[in-house]
Write a protein of this length. Structure first.
Length: 281
């Protein structure tokens, strides 16, 4: 019975092949139109869990009181000054694009920390900073008149005269001279050269938190895309490239946070789906 039914179907298709081909194409076209009109993707992870659940309502209240920053931009540079300037420039560029970046916040840099940064230090740290500034007062006064590498060399020449006059001990110049030697070596070798006043005043290499600053960005997400934060992430990288942070400040930019990590997961889904589709054929 099945054999005879198959034979009749094949015979019918053979006799009406053009009708079958046209009907199949129309059916495929209709399916494509229906798919485009009726199907869509929603990558809003927050919508996967019902908001009627008590614990979910508490989580939403917490998020409302303490909003999450979807993208955390990490800016690193070779000196504290360069890290600060690169972060400020990047944050200002984000603020000029409120449609893509509605909320931008500098967590550990910017005008507030320039005015009140010492309030976040321990009493011992503030005391040490004040003592270092007091010891470096002659050097800082000289540099204030010429804040360039030439000014640094002039200050060091004054310091050398102080050694000859027994007003300064030779070991006190070890750290400033080592910084100057490093900078001049970079200049002569054609590498990007930097000189840090903060390192000079501190008398020691900059701490890791001085060379890295964070910008919190709450971007506009396109939940109709498989990677809803891709436009914002591309906008951040484009802003860093337009500002030429690498050449101007020897600074690099990395992204982390909830949005980039979710986008990475969705990208894995996309590529694994394509791979599995071809692998199963």
């Amino acid at each position: 019975m099945i054999h005879s039914a198959t034979v009749r179907i094949v015979d019918f298709c053979a006799r009406n092949r053009w009708t079958i081909v046209i009907a199949g194409m129309l059916l495929m076209l209709g399916a494509a139109v229906f798919d485009a009109a009726r199907f869509s993707i929603n990558t809003d992870i927050e919508g996967l869990i019902s908001q009627d659940l008590p614990w979910r309502q508490r989580e939403l209240e917490l998020s409302k009181a303490f909003p999450k920053k979807g993208i955390l931009v990490v800016v690193r540079a070779t000196t504290p000054e360069n890290a600060e300037q690169a972060t400020n420039a990047l944050a200002q560029a984000f603020s000029k694009n409120p449609d893509l970046f509605p909320t931008v916040e500098q967590f550990d840099s910017g005008d507030f920390f320039e005015r009140n940064g010492l309030l976040f230090e321990s009493p011992a740290g503030v005391r040490k900073t004040a003592e270092e500034l007091t010891r470096a007062q002659p050097l800082v006064a000289t540099l204030a008149g010429d804040p360039s590498l030439r000014g640094v060399m002039t200050a060091l020449s004054f310091a050398a005269e102080g050694v000859r006059a027994d007003r300064i001990r030779l070991e006190q110049l070890a750290w400033p001279l080592s910084l100057a030697d490093r900078t001049l070596s970079d200049v002569l070798s054609g590498n990007p050269a930097t000189f840090s006043w903060q390192e000079l005043v501190q008398g020691q290499p900059a701490r890791a938190n001085q060379l890295r600053h964070l910008i919190g960005v709450q971007p506009t997400l396109d939940i109709a895309e498989l990677q809803p934060g891709r436009k914002a992430e591309e906008g951040i990288r484009r802003a860093a490239a337009d500002l030429d942070l690498l050449n101007r400040f020897v600074a690099t930019v990395d992204l982390t946070g909830e949005v980039p990590m979710n986008d990475d997961q969705f990208s894995v889904v996309r590529y694994s789906a394509v791979r599995d589709t071809f692998a199963t054929r």
